[in-house]
Ligand binder design. Structure first.
Ligand SMILES: Cc1cc2nc3c(=O)[nH]c(=O)nc-3n(C[C@H](O)[C@H](O)[C@H](O)COP(=O)(O)OP(=O)(O)OC[C@H]3O[C@@H](n4cnc5c(N)ncnc54)[C@H](O)[C@@H]3O)c2cc1C
Length: 321
């Protein structure tokens, strides 16, 4: 067995954004373990054909038109048995959470889920997973036989680091019969259209519970305005109705990767970090020097936001004159 196989997820006509992050992880893992890397997708290969891959497997079958755990598991099991990779990577999406543990079990393996990184020791990967809401990191060494299965956390790798080159596409038609598919797929759930698209913002000023009350929101709004930034928030702010839900960043909100993310009065809980740690530059303002947000911040200001933010607004305005 050898090679890394990245299983991509389609999102309608496009790919799920996290698929590209997993592909970057797969390319890096392959380079560090001296293996080749291929990708598989249920559906058309599309843009995958332009990525630096040994091969792209486009898994095609009329019973795979709509997602079902039974169908995807059976099809991917057949593909994996055919190509014998040593490691299979997935993006840690809701769909992957649904079928990948079942797929791993078909090979008597477990899924190392939601990995935030890996390192290679004696040619073998050791995956890093977070425990207790990100307070501890655990190294997961893969024992037993191959293939090994792991899913990659949102934002852990950068989609823009995927290496490009022309790759060979091969269609794979699994043998499937309707009786193995027990679920009857309905129309996929669609979120209502968002009025605010934080994903395309260059600068985001994000506010957390440190702001204390709704009436104080204009303090950070002024900073966002001065910087030409979008305003975003941690979950408690949106749960309280102080800002609309569509401005929430995190595991149950939007995932953003702006040029600059300014976190104001946000502690840096793991559910928030997964939504913003892909930002190029992270600036944190927090009065607690031990707040976890400082672990991911490039620039940190330990101080009272009610003093720091108005002073910053003044400085930004002066700099613009
Ligand atoms: C299933 C699940 C999904 C979740 N999804 C999300 C999600 O999508 N997004 C999300 O954000 N959270 C999410 N959460 C919640 C998450 O666990 C945290 O509770 C939340 O992120 C904390 O928000 P916060 O940082 O604003 O508040 P807190 O953790 O209360 O932090 C407030 C921070 O403000 C600082 N502060 C206080 N006063 C000042 C001041 N005057 N000046 C400067 N700093 C000050 C404090 O030191 C503190 O660090 C989720 C939780 C679960 C269980």
């Amino acid at each position: 067995m050898s090679g890394v196989l990245v299983v991509m997820q389609r999102n309608g006509a496009d790919f799920h954004r996290m698929s590209w992050e997993s592909l970057a992880a797969g390319q890096q893992l392959a380079a560090q373990t001296g293996q080749n890397v291929s990708a598989a997708v249920v559906g058309e290969a599309g843009q995958l054909a332009g990525k630096k891959l040994e091969r792209v497997y486009s898994v095609q079958h009329q019973l795979l038109g709509a997602y079902t755990a039974d169908g995807f598991t059976a099809a991917l099991e057949q593909l994996i048995r055919k190509i014998n990779p040593s490691i299979v990577l997935f993006p840690h999406t809701y769909q992957v959470r649904d079928f990948a543990p079942k797929l791993a079990t078909r090979f008597n393996q477990v899924l190392v889920s939601d990995a935030v990184g890996f390192r290679v020791e004696s040619g073998a990967p050791i995956f890093v997973r977070q425990l207790f809401q990100g307070k501890l990191n655990a190294d997961v060494k893969l024992g037993g036989g191959e293939p090994h299965f792991a899913s990659i956390q949102a934002g852990a790798f950068r989609a823009d680091q995927v290496e490009e080159a022309a790759s060979q596409v091969e269609n794979f038609v699994p043998e499937l019969s309707p009786d193995i598919i027990r679920a009857q797929p309905q129309e996929p759930f669609r979120e209502s259209a968002r009025a605010v698209d934080l994903t395309s913002a260059d600068i985001i000023v994000s506010v957390g519970r440190g702001i204390k009350e709704k009436d104080n929101i204009p303090i950070v709004e002024q900073l966002a305005k001065a910087l030409g930034a979008e305003l975003a928030a941690s979950r408690p702010i949106c749960d309280s109705g102080w800002l609309p839900m569509e401005r929430q960043v995190g595991s149950s909100g939007q995932t953003v990767s702006p040029k600059m993310y300014l976190a104001v009065g946000i502690s840096g809980a793991i559910q928030h970090l997964v939504g913003m740690k892909g930002a190029k530059t992270i600036v944190a303002i927090n009065k607690d020097a031990n707040a976890p947000i400082f672990e991911v911040a490039d620039y940190g200001i330990v101080g009272d936001l009610f003093e720091v933010v108005p002073a910053l607004v003044e400085e930004v305005k002066k700099a613009k004159l």
